[in-house]
Design a protein around this ligand. Structure first.
Ligand SMILES: [Zn+2]
Ligand SMILES: [Zn+2]
Length: 339
């Protein structure tokens, strides 16, 4: 089969490799669409502790069951499925604490390698997180299930409520999905601050009442959320400066979701008094559970998430090295690779 194999950081090759072997409990999915994601970009640039090299990249995908081991009963060959790359074990400390998003073996037994014609899905993953594709939903849309599940889970942590005001920092795919989720929860005023004009236009089309570009001063943002600042700030960048900006803009008594992760080891100096006397609630968030996988797929089926503004290009998988190279087209949100 053809696949995009990462041989070393900055060395991604589209080449012929064997179709993955699968055991009695596993299945093989014929990938019909796989999306770009920041995680794969980071793995390409500097490697990733959980992603095998050499190995195929890609973890946001959808396709059809091409083959199933003898012991498999929950899916059949030919089923169109939405699938994510992980599932919890159900037995470890965190699964016991009902925090399966932190499952100790979550990333040890992943279905990684969706930038390929076929991907092998471990038994515990397809049993929990391989769902029939609703009729009418495209494979590209279904491939958004994984990143959307992350957003749904993060949104539950910070729990935006009806009538609240929300500031979203960042204009990438996550930020734009958060706009739609905040609006669905009945947020009263949603504003997005970002750096890319085209993406901010998408944010406005997705329901943001106001967008702030690179030239906007913090005072302009605060003026929009007068008199006190936004009830909730969603940080969707992953940068120490933006984390601090979130803290400086949220109103006293407000809540912050730190969705964007900073690189390992980064420390962020913060105003302790602002958190303590300002009674701020700050939430981290990681991944999702099988519950959010279902919720995300339902949201996509309902049409309440603007899919095609997020997927800005649809190209053959053979184009992949170009999209990961230094001369990749600028300003795309997500690209769908079609193997
Ligand atoms: Zn992703
Ligand atoms: Zn576990």
């Amino acid at each position: 089969m053809k696949a995009a194999i990462l041989h070393a950081p900055l060395d991604l090759r589209y080449e012929t490799v064997p179709v993955p072997a699968f055991s009695d409990g596993e299945i093989l999915i014929r990938v019909r669409a796989a999306l770009t994601c920041g995680t794969d970009q980071k793995a390409y640039l500097r490697g990733h502790p959980k992603i095998r090299i050499p190995g195929a990249l890609g973890h946001e995908f959808s396709g059809e069951v091409a083959a199933a081991g003898r012991a498999v009963q929950n899916v059949r060959v030919g089923d169109r499925v939405a699938c994510v790359h992980t599932a919890p074990c159900g037995e470890c400390f965190f699964c016991g604490k009902r925090q399966p998003n932190l499952c100790e073996t979550l990333t040890d037994r992943m279905a990684y390698g969706a930038y390929a014609e076929y991907i092998r899905i471990p038994e515990h993953v397809h049993r929990q997180n391989c769902l029939p594709l609703p009729p009418g939903l495209t494979h590209e849309a279904a491939a958004l299930t994984e990143p959307l599940a992350c957003c749904v889970y993060g949104m539950k942590q910070v729990n935006v409520r009806e009538g609240e005001t929300v500031l979203i920092l960042g204009d990438g795919p996550v930020a734009l999905m958060m706009v739609a989720l905040a609006r669905l929860r009945g947020a009263h005023s949603v504003a997005v601050a970002g750096r890319h004009k085209a993406r901010l236009d998408v944010a406005a089309a997705a329901g943001a009442q106001r967008v702030f570009g690179e030239q906007s001063a913090a005072s302009e943002i605060l003026d929009f959320f007068r008199p006190r600042g936004p009830d909730v700030v969603l940080e969707c960048v992953g940068n120490p400066d933006t984390w601090r900006l979130a803290l400086s803009l949220v109103r006293p008594g407000g809540r912050i979701l730190l969705f964007g992760g900073c690189p390992p080891g980064v420390e962020v100096p913060i105003d302790a008094g602002k958190i303590h006397y300002g009674h701020l609630a700050i939430y981290g968030t990681f991944h999702f559970t099988p519950v959010e996988v279902r919720e995300a797929l339902n949201l996509l089926e309902s049409g309440s998430i603007p899919v095609y503004p997020l997927i800005t290009a649809r190209v053959p998988l053979s184009d992949i090295p170009r999209y990961f190279s230094a001369d990749a087209p600028k300003d795309y949100l997500k690209v769908a690779f079609i193997p």
